[in-house]
Design a protein around this ligand. Structure first.
Ligand code: GTP
Length: 338
């Protein structure tokens, strides 16, 4: 079983309600065993967030603020250093024990490099695992922001959970239009409508590859194959949305060996990395003792996770790809040729 510390990456465009959400989340007893890394641009300080944590000194002691840049670019190394530092302090019991890490990014963050950072550095990869990318979207301004800001679009595209905030002040029609747009951009993500950051933490945490009891893998939930419109079995390419973001599933041929597929995934990342926002898959390979969960972001494929003790009735290998201006036909061809 995967004993690594689960990480929730909380991102969302400027002013979309990340801090409001985090404040509410952290005041819930279920979250009191969390450590938090907050990345803010500027000198806001921690007071605004910690003001509400009166009953959780635990979180106050386990919260780190990075505020001299953005963790997707200028503070890349600081994020890795901070995560390592938190882990070693935890091991030495120099800080309260924590069983979860929440990272709040700035509103302009590109989640791609952050995900890369999380999974590409040996110490971090062996001690932390990504649970889910949670993205807040402003229900009033979300549609406009998705149209005019590539960052907002990328955030929405790689999300596992989309939280449509401020539904108290958006008209039902606007919220509905945003929901439809988000379902086009990222049909695999779960959507929740929220107000003032109120949401049951269970909808956000432990929604990844492993279930909260830590006993079994739940990859179907993690993979969340896009809906029927995006799951063609043939090789006909999907028409990309106007914004160029596409999400599609490739059902892999059988039988399949990981030793044959691995180089194809590597090559795919090398060739299409710039446009590949996220790749997730479940692989039933004949040369593996159990199914594999695979994951890649841009140019970087990550070590696969062996899903020991888990299997499915119909052993169907599938790979979900989310990309911007990505050549779907090319990718399908490459994958189907193995
Ligand atoms: N009416 C209403 N206001 C909200 C809601 N969620 C957040 N807000 C307000 O929206 C503003 C921005 O919220 P924040 O939580 O600071 O947003 P953020 O994403 O952390 O902002 P940045 O850190 O600047 O990117 C604040 O004034 C919040 O009080 C909501 O559900 N309804």
């Amino acid at each position: 079983m995967d004993k690594r510390i689960p990480v929730t990456l909380l991102t969302g465009f400027l002013g979309s309600g990340k801090t409001t959400l985090l404040n509410k989340l952290l005041s819930d007893a279920k979250m009191h065993d969390s450590a938090v890394i907050i990345n803010e641009l500027g000198e806001t300080g921690l007071d605004h967030i910690l003001a509400m944590q009166v009953d959780s000194e635990h979180i106050a002691d386990n919260t780190v603020l990075l505020n001299s840049g953005c963790i997707c670019c200028s503070l890349k190394n600081e994020l890795a250093d901070t995560m390592r530092d938190l882990f070693f302090k935890r091991a030495l019991q120099a800080i309260p024990q924590f069983n979860r890490l929440v990272i709040e990014t700035t509103g302009m963050a590109d989640p791609g490099p952050i995900l890369g950072n999380l999974m590409n550095e040996p110490v971090i990869e062996s001690t932390f695992r990504l649970d889910a990318v949670v993205v807040t979207i402003d229900s009033v301004y979300g549609l406009t922001q998705l149209e005019s800001n590539p960052e907002a679009l990328k955030q929405a595209a790689v999300a596992d959970v989309l939280l449509l905030t401020k539904t108290d002040i958006a008209s039902p029609e606007t919220t509905q239009a945003l929901q439809e747009k988000l379902a086009e951009i990222n049909p695999g993500a779960t959507q929740h409508l929220i107000q003032h950051g109120e949401i049951n933490p269970d909808s956000i945490i432990d929604v990844g590859l492993f279930d909260p009891t830590g006993k079994t893998a739940t990859p179907q939930r993690w993979l969340r194959t896009p809906g029927k419109a995006s799951t063609p079995k043939g090789t006909l390419p999907q028409k990309p949305h106007q914004d160029g973001i596409t999400s599609f599933t490739v059902t892999m041929p059988k039988p399949l060996n990981w030793r044959d597929l691995k180089p194809v995934i590597l090559k795919l990342c090398q060739t299409h990395g710039a446009k590949l926002l996220r790749l997730k898959g479940i692989i039933h390979a004949e040369d593996q003792p159990a199914p594999l969960a695979i994951h890649a972001v841009h140019f970087t494929p990550y070590p696969p996770t062996l899903l020991e003790g888990w299997d499915e009735e119909e052993a169907m290998s599938r790979i979900v790809i989310i990309g911007k201006d990505i050549d779907e036909a090319e990718i399908r061809k490459a994958l189907m040729q193995i």
